[in-house]
Write a protein that binds this ligand. Structure first.
Ligand SMILES: [Zn+2]
Length: 155
């Protein structure tokens, strides 16, 4: 199996470059519910990703917890939409799909398994899911299809 070096390099670069805006967008999702509930908030990014603090507890807990992943999934959909228009750049598809998987997992875990998510009990699974989906999509789309062997006599 041959792999396209270009797709692999761009998948790695894009994944890391987009991780900051994507995690900020995720936090903005939580912040939107926090702010709509009339609370103050803080939002920041560090080496471990995006973070936010809400000064109160929004009434609608499910919306508050799930909105991060919903905003993140919307951002991932925008990346995939971009790929549709720029079809040749498979790295964009790889990164969009990997982020979509990550954000949908976060909608489910944060929204419905909030306590275990907040305890950090799912961190190792989320990281594993991120790495596996990213590597999986990258290897899948980086495969170089062997040129079909067409005998000149067939043409
Ligand atoms: Zn979140």
């Amino acid at each position: 199996m041959k792999l396209s070096r270009k797709i692999i390099i761009w998948s790695v670069v894009l994944y890391f470059v987009l991780s900051i805006p994507l995690s900020l967008l995720h936090e903005v999702g939580h912040v939107s519910v926090c702010a709509a509930s009339g609370f103050d908030f803080r939002i920041w990014v560090d080496a471990t990703g995006g973070h936010m603090l809400c000064s109160g507890r929004p009434h609608d807990r499910l919306a508050y917890n799930a909105m991060g992943g919903i905003f993140g999934a919307t951002g991932s959909a925008a990346i995939l939409g971009f790929w549709v228009f720029a079809k040749r750049h498979y790295a964009i598809l790889v990164v969009g799909l990997a982020y979509m998987v990550d954000q949908i997992a976060k909608i489910i875990l944060e929204g419905f398994y909030t306590r275990i998510y907040e305890s950090g009990g799912t961190d190792v699974y989320i990281t594993a899911l991120q790495v596996i989906s990213w590597l999986g999509f990258m290897l899948y789309f980086a495969r170089v299809k062997e040129a079909a062997k067409v005998a000149t006599s067939d043409i």
